[in-house]
Ligand binder design. Structure first.
Ligand code: FES
Length: 155
């Protein structure tokens, strides 16, 4: 028999009911917290390394197109299409076209029209980049995908 100072025992049904209410409240609180995080992206998107340079019909053989946003030079020839990075392999400056090829304004590296390093501190040639064709026919250049120099993409 319980004493006067001891609390009344909670009946089992009440205990289960209270426990169930707390569990439901916790689940609702967790759901609300989860929904509040939904508008914020969980990953920070990086800029894509691929871009569309146009359709093959836009280029006649001999056409050169500079895409300044990606520092890429696209060349259309009878053999196909080629894309070359205009980023100097020394420290990353953007090379400029010169009379006989390319010149880096930062430390003076010189490159041939095919991107072969001719002089300067640049340790290697300019990168030739991969070209693929999208399903809509556009040429897609991937600045993160290097190909062998002299590789032309056939349409
Ligand atoms: S960054 Fe081009 S030569 Fe140094």
């Amino acid at each position: 028999m319980p004493g006067r100072l001891e609390p009344d025992p909670i009946p089992r049904r009440d205990f289960i009911g209270i426990y169930g209410l707390w569990a439901a409240a916790l689940a609702i609180f967790g759901s609300i917290l989860g929904m509040m995080r939904l508008p914020k992206p969980r990953v920070t998107p990086e800029a894509s390394t691929k871009f569309r340079a146009g359709t093959p019909a836009e280029f006649s053989p001999g056409t050169v197109k500079i895409i300044p946003e990606y520092n890429v030079r696209l060349l259309a020839t009878e053999q196909g299409f080629a894309a070359m990075s205009l980023i100097c392999p020394h420290l990353g400056c953007v090379v400029r076209e010169s009379v006989d090829g390319f010149l880096c304004p930062c430390h003076g590296s010189r490159f041939s029209l095919q991107g072969t390093v001719l002089a300067g501190p640049a340790p290697r040639s300019l990168q030739w980049l991969s070209i693929t064709q999208a399903i809509d026919g556009s040429l897609v250049v991937d600045t993160a995908q290097e190909t062998e120099p002299g590789t032309f993409f056939q349409v």
